[in-house]
Design a protein around this ligand. Structure first.
Ligand code: FO1
Length: 337
């Protein structure tokens, strides 16, 4: 029987929610078997620096270097540079770039200016942090998530951090998506995986931009790997972030089942929080396999427990295309620990 360490896992990730699950997963599988495809719709430029918040959150997490209290950035940060920048940009220092974190943005910007792709820069940063997992940006082309509210069209960080996710959401635009392509390795990692995980990331602004890239949805429909998603909503509310406001603003049902419906064309297994166990039957009627578990990963032990539950579950591929592509796959019930 295959060991968990033999399995190739590909995850689609945003920032903090994904990082919590990946942190637990790192204790269950060999990190070298993990490939994480990361949203770059949240990226922006500050003071001429290219900042990729979700890539950094995932990198710092997989390096076990993230500030666990915030879920992003580095621990024991100081903000002396940002305070000094306030002299030159009096209204431009609302995004909390710490002194140590700035080194990452300086390095990335340097590599990009010298002609490297975001994929190459991301790999160099991961190497410098001794991360053994593969981290792929979703695209090397700039895609920017713009949230349209009554206050106007706001780049994601302005909506989320500066604007505290206030205002009714009218539209979410993925600026640049029409000409963007998936980064090298992205579709290949989906096709080659033994299991694909969608952690509890925001379905609109974290997973949505990845799915919108040409070829990604088709790869998810065609891969033989079973696909499991963890609900980002517990009792209709996200643990963190504006997923409920974004879903509601776009007219999507604000519930775990509403999120599962967004992935219905490729998803096999959906992880519901115990508080949402009442939605189990409805999801099963829709053809999903359902795991009911505690999804609130308030500490590393809970992250590890959830990761183990996901890895040990005997996932079945229900998607017809997947079955014909590589034969029906089953994971789980493996003997390694
Ligand atoms: N999140 C905040 O809530 N406030 C901040 O000031 C902030 C700064 C920041 C700097 C670097 C970085 O990599 C992430 C940062 N984040 C901050 C997190 C980020 O805004 C979001 O968590 C993601 O974009 C959503 O996934």
């Amino acid at each position: 029987m295959a060991s968990l360490h033999d399995l190739t896992i590909t995850a689609l990730a945003g920032g903090v929610g994904a990082a919590r699950l990946l942190r637990g997963l790192m204790r269950v599988i060999d990190p070298a078997q993990l490939c994480v495809i990361v949203n770059t719709g949240d990226d922006d430029e500050f003071f001429g620096l290219s900042v990729s918040p979700d890539l950094d959150t995932i990198t710092y997490t997989l390096a076990d270097a993230v500030d666990h209290s915030k879920g992003w950035g580095l621990p024991e940060e100081t903000f002396r540079c940002l305070s000094s920048l306030n002299r030159y940009y009096p209204s431009g220092t609302w995004f909390g770039l710490g002194d140590a974190d700035l080194a990452t943005h300086l390095f990335r910007s340097d590599l990009l200016r010298s002609g490297q792709t975001l994929s190459e820069a991301t790999a160099s940063i991961a190497r410098a942090w001794n991360v053994r997992a593969t981290i792929l940006p979703m695209s090397n082309a700039p895609v920017r998530t713009i949230v349209h509210t009554e206050a106007g069209a706001l780049p994601f960080q302005e909506y989320f951090v500066k604007g505290r996710s206030e205002g009714e959401v009218r539209e979410v635009e993925l600026r640049g998506i029409a000409t963007a392509t998936a980064a090298p390795g992205v579709c290949e990692a989906l096709m080659a995986a033994d299991l694909i995980i969608l952690p509890p990331s925001n379905p609109i602004v974290s997973i949505g931009p990845i799915l919108a890239l040409p070829g990604v949805r088709t790869a998810l429909q065609n891969t033989a790997a079973p696909i499991v998603a963890v609900s980002p909503l517990v009792a209709g509310k996200p643990i963190k972030g504006p997923a409920d406001r974004l879903l509601g603003g776009l007219g999507i049902e604000v519930s775990a089942a509403g999120v599962a419906g967004m992935y219905a064309d490729f998803l096999d297994t959906f992880v519901l929080d115990t508080q949402d166990a009442g939605q189990r039957e409805r999801l099963e009627r829709q053809g999903f396999q359902v795991i009911v578990a505690d999804t609130i990963m308030s500490d590393i032990a809970k992250s590890e427990t959830l990761a183990k539950i996901i890895m040990e579950y005997p996932h079945q591929r229900r998607n017809k295309k997947g079955e014909t592509a590589k034969g029906k796959k089953e994971t789980g019930k493996m003997s390694s620990f």
